[in-house]
Design a protein around this ligand. Structure first.
Ligand SMILES: Cc1cc2nc3c(=O)[nH]c(=O)nc-3n(C[C@H](O)[C@H](O)[C@H](O)COP(=O)(O)OP(=O)(O)OC[C@H]3O[C@@H](n4cnc5c(N)ncnc54)[C@H](O)[C@@H]3O)c2cc1C
Length: 463
């Protein structure tokens, strides 16, 4: 008997494809509204782009420059909401924008941007921006290069050290309100009646069985897999998302606060962020057309990030790079350079199907609200959204959090893999403890350790 057999005989109000932050957010929102919810994730919750992000909860100063005021305003509002509903996961983070040899006009422009950023987040709990002299900057960030430094702007945004846990806790919250959610369950096609989608065909990847699940509305929340999933649901559908790869690396010498810099290689904005005791250098932005599961850092990506960062933080020249991480952005299709494409999301609704394109982690709750409103529009219902009021549930036992593999525990239920050795030193002990909880045999425990080491093998650079 498959885990999924328990869905037989039910026609769900909503079946969600994808257990990234957005799918998990929709599951929680819909369950809190009293809808019957099923969610299917082909791998583990939060294992897609959600785990390949820079881990910032931010309006994004950069988007001001692109005149994306609507996006910035929404994300700044959501930043406040997340600080309130997930204070154990989302924490304030100070950012510093140093000015190196910049013109008076540039500094005035930056100051105007800071004032606008404060105005757009009117009513926030975080402090307003302040300007620092070069001397104050070096006192605050002694690792920064002194030569050419003219001062800096300082402002606050927030950080989510584990967006994976943000996803998992949305799942737990959804399950607490009756949602049926399945990781390692891939949607392979749609059920159709009279041209309308009436459910999904799902492969249980743990038991290799296939089952049809009926639903009144199906939601495609598969992030960078969007076009692949859409082609299963609606044969002949045209590509809608542009996918670009972003790489991060973890290395020694963290700054005291997040530093916003412009690469001397191509003038692109990038960050050096303190994260769990290392410097998290973020990110590249290059078109990527393969399966998003194949994304990983290339030697050129690492070289670009290290050359960019060490130009301002000289000690990084010799810093060991511990490991890398890559994620694939799903941007609503448009031309232009990768970095110039808007990060704004789009929700589309047609009978039986709601599609979520693009979006950021920061805005996930609002995006989920909009998507659930669209689902309710099709169901003829209009319950109020309450996700901005209810705190996320916090940590539960591995069983309650649907932890299937050792890698799920190391990378997404905890952050044990977020250490310089990616948890190699503790993984065997953790596996033994987990084996007791999850009833694994000695062979299974051994295989789990090997599978974990293989999973991090792609990203582990230090010899
Ligand atoms: C380099 C980089 C940096 C970023 N930095 C930030 C940041 O600092 N702050 C911020 O707010 N945002 C950031 N983002 C954006 C953010 O990470 C994404 O917008 C967000 O994670 C998208 O979530 P999602 O749920 O749409 O996609 P995903 O997390 O990719 O989830 C989609 C899920 O669908 C599943 N799936 C696919 N096909 C199927 C199928 N057939 N059946 C079942 N499941 C399926 C996948 O396995 C995946 O888990 C960044 C993105 C990148 C790439």
């Amino acid at each position: 008997m498959s885990r999924l057999d328990s869905t037989l005989g039910t026609t769900f109000d909503i079946a969600i494809i994808g257990g990234g932050i957005i799918g998990c957010g929709i599951a929680r929102d819909a369950a809190l509204r009293g809808l019957s919810v099923a969610l299917f994730e082909q791998h583990d919750y939060g294992s897609g782009t959600t785990s390949g992000s820079s881990r910032l909860i931010h309006g994004g100063l950069r988007y001001l420059e692109m005149f994306d005021f609507g996006l910035v305003r929404m994300d700044l509002r959501e930043r406040e909401t997340l600080l309130r509903i997930a204070p154990h996961l989302v924490k304030p983070l100070e950012f510093l924008v140093p000015f190196y040899g910049t013109s008076w006009f540039y500094r005035a422009k930056m100051r105007a941007g800071m004032i606008l950023y404060d105005l757009l987040s009117h009513g926030k709990t975080l402090p307003n921006h302040r300007m620092l002299s070069a001397k104050e900057v070096l006192k605050a960030e002694p690792l920064l290069k002194a030569e050419g430094l003219r001062g800096a702007a300082c402002y606050f945004d927030a950080q989510v050290e584990s967006p994976e846990r943000l996803a998992v806790e949305n799942i737990t919250g959804a399950r607490d309100h009756g949602a049926r959610t399945f990781n390692y369950a891939a949607v392979e096609g749609a059920l159709q009646q009279d041209g309308r989608i009436t459910g999904v065909r799902v492969r249980d990847r743990l038991e290799d069985s296939v089952i049809d699940v009926k639903a009144k509305v199906v939601v495609n929340a598969s992030g960078p897999w969007f076009d692949r999933v859409a082609s299963h649901l609606v044969p002949g559908s045209q590509p809608r998302v542009r996918t670009t790869k972003g790489v991060h690396l973890a290395c020694a010498h963290p700054p005291n606060r997040a530093v916003v810099l412009f690469s001397p290689v191509d003038r692109r904005l990038f960050f050096v962020i303190p994260l769990r005791g290392f410097a998290w250098v973020s990110t590249t932005d290059t078109d990527f057309r393969n399966d998003p599961s194949e994304a990983c850092a290339s030697a050129e990506d690492v070289d670009y990030l290290m050359r960019s960062a060490s130009a301002y933080i000289p000690v990084l020249n010799d810093a060991p790079v511990f490991w890398t991480n890559a994620g694939i952005r799903a941007l609503v299709s448009q031309g232009g350079s990768e970095s110039s494409v808007s990060r704004a999301h789009k929700i589309e609704s047609r009978p039986g199907l709601v599609s979520v394109l693009g979006g950021k982690i920061t805005g996930y709750r609002a995006i989920a609200e909009e998507a659930t409103d669209a689902v309710e529009g099709q169901l003829g219902a209009a319950h109020p959204c309450t996700t901005a009021r209810h705190k996320l549930p916090g940590m539960r036992s591995p069983l309650e959090e649907q932890c299937v593999h050792l890698a799920d525990f190391m990378m997404r239920r905890t952050s044990l893999s977020f250490t310089p050795d990616q948890g190699r030193g503790v993984v065997e002990n953790v596996a033994r403890l987990l084996a007791v909880q999850l009833g694994w045999s000695a062979e299974r425990t051994y295989a789990e350790v090997h599978a974990y080491l293989a999973e991090i093998g792609n990203t582990y650079l230090k010899s």
